[in-house]
Design a protein around this ligand. Structure first.
Ligand code: NAP
Length: 257
């Protein structure tokens, strides 16, 4: 049963992987949800399922981080319908390809920059004033381990995630004293649709990466998001780096033979 104290989260990337696991975790915890992604059928089905299962208000909307009007409409819809937002959890993102910087496809680079940096900063810019006005709110971003270590074949993905990390650190400075919290979570390899997108649907390449390897499950990352979001309002988790036990860096994995 929803009460006036029910918390509200925007979750982007809720059609798949980490975003979907975050939505499930927060709905089970009684939060109301505004779920966004390009695949609107998937987020609508999830919203319906979570409303029925947990008795929470869950709404779905098409939101494309590369289309500013959809970001603005998504945030406006959430603020109008729920009267405010307690957490913006940005799980949407992607990598495309693993080519070296002299071989990468520039159009794919632009897609990564727009999805992993430009869209999220538009989203945060749109949502932040209502949080400052309310005197509370939480921006939680899913970054990537890739941002932390130079490694081959990742120049644009890693630098887009690194740029967003720097943006978030400055937002934290800009909002000091406002009650707004800012958290960035950098996961290592997680079993989601991510590798499938990165390898452009090459199932054999995805299987090769995962063979003998024990990745994180999306629920493991959702647990970190939940931890950061549910600590007392005086506590700000700036940064979480969460790795599979069998991974130490983007390129160093332990695999069973
Ligand atoms: N899985 C890993 O190994 C791993 C490791 C480190 C970091 N990450 C990061 O974790 C985050 C979540 O990815 P995932 O692992 O859960 O992969 P995933 O299963 O492929 O999910 C990615 C999500 O991003 C959404 N998305 C992609 N482009 C979008 C756009 N233009 N506008 C709106 N939504 C968009 C997708 O929804 P639609 O396609 O429906 O739009 C999907 O819901 C990403 O930021 C990724 O960079 C993943």
């Amino acid at each position: 049963m929803e009460s006036s104290k029910t918390k509200v989260a925007i979750v982007t990337g809720a059609s798949s992987g980490i975003g979907q696991a975050v939505a499930r975790k927060f709905a089970a915890g009684g939060w109301a949800l505004a779920l966004g992604a390009r695949r609107v059928e998937a987020v609508t089905a999830l919203a319906d399922e979570l409303s029925q299962r947990h008795g929470v208000r869950a709404r779905a909307r098409m939101m494309d981080l590369r289309a500013p009007n959809t970001i603005n409409a998504f945030v406006e819809m959430t603020l109008a319908e729920f009267g405010g937002v307690d957490a913006v959890i940005n799980c949407a993102g992607l990598a495309l390809g693993r080519e070296a910087a002299d071989k990468g496809d520039v159009e794919e680079w632009m897609t990564m920059i727009e999805t992993d940096y430009v869209g999220p900063i538009r989203l945060i810019r749109k949502a932040l004033p209502s949080m400052r006005e309310k005197g509370s709110g939480h921006i939680i971003n899913i970054g990537a381990l890739a941002a932390l270590y130079p490694h081959p074949g990742s120049a644009v993905y890693a630098s887009s995630k690194q740029a967003l990390r720097a943006f978030l650190a400055c937002v934290r400075e800009d909002t000091l004293g406002s009650g707004v919290r800012v958290t960035n979570i950098d996961p290592g390899i997680t079993r989601t649709g991510f590798a499938h997108v990165r390898f452009r649907g090459d199932t054999a390449a995805v299987e090769g990466l995962m063979k003998g390897f024990r990745p994180l499950e999306p629920e493991d990352v959702a647990e970190c998001v939940w931890f950061a979001a549910t600590l007392p309002s005086r506590v700000n988790i700036d940064q979480i780096t969460v790795l599979p036990t069998d991974q130490t860096s983007p390129t160093r994995l332990h695999k069973s033979s």
